[in-house]
Ligand binder design. Structure first.
Ligand SMILES: [Cu+2]
Length: 131
């Protein structure tokens, strides 16, 4: 019986140590920091998933992209973004889209004969004007 009583607080302590991300997010919200729109993506020969990413003008966007099979790249020329995606790692690409529109993203590391077809679309919707 005594063992159980002793173990429970330890488990709770461990849990709070293991989830600092969640605690951090809560702190950010309290401080009035703008929310981050996080989107997880994967890249593999020859496609991005999702192929179409929808965000809002003026919001902070965080793309977390995992290259599954080899090194790829992620480029949005119009926004001056170009990152190398190392195989098996998550690459974080953060930006705030200033204007609405459709922007092509594509692989910027030659990854095979269909490399040039490895692309997708970022759709930036206009910021809400009715609030
Ligand atoms: Cu490529």
């Amino acid at each position: 019986m005594r063992k159980v009583v002793l173990k429970l607080p330890l488990a709770m302590l461990l849990f709070s140590v293991l989830v600092p991300g969640g605690l951090l997010a809560a702190q950010e919200e309290q401080a009035g920091e703008p929310a981050v729109h996080e989107i997880r993506m994967t890249a593999k020969t020859y496609e991005f998933n999702p192929k179409e990413v929808r965000v809002k003008q003026g919001e902070r966007v965080r793309l977390v992209i995992m290259a599954l099979d080899r090194r790829h790249g992620f480029e949005i020329k119009a926004l001056g973004i170009n990152s190398v995606l190392e195989k098996g790692k998550e690459t974080v690409v953060e930006f705030v889209p200033k204007r609405a529109g459709k922007f092509q993203f594509k692989c910027s590391v030659r990854c095979g004969w269909l490399h040039f077809w490895m692309k997708g679309k970022l759709i930036v919707e206009p910021a809400d004007t009715n609030d």
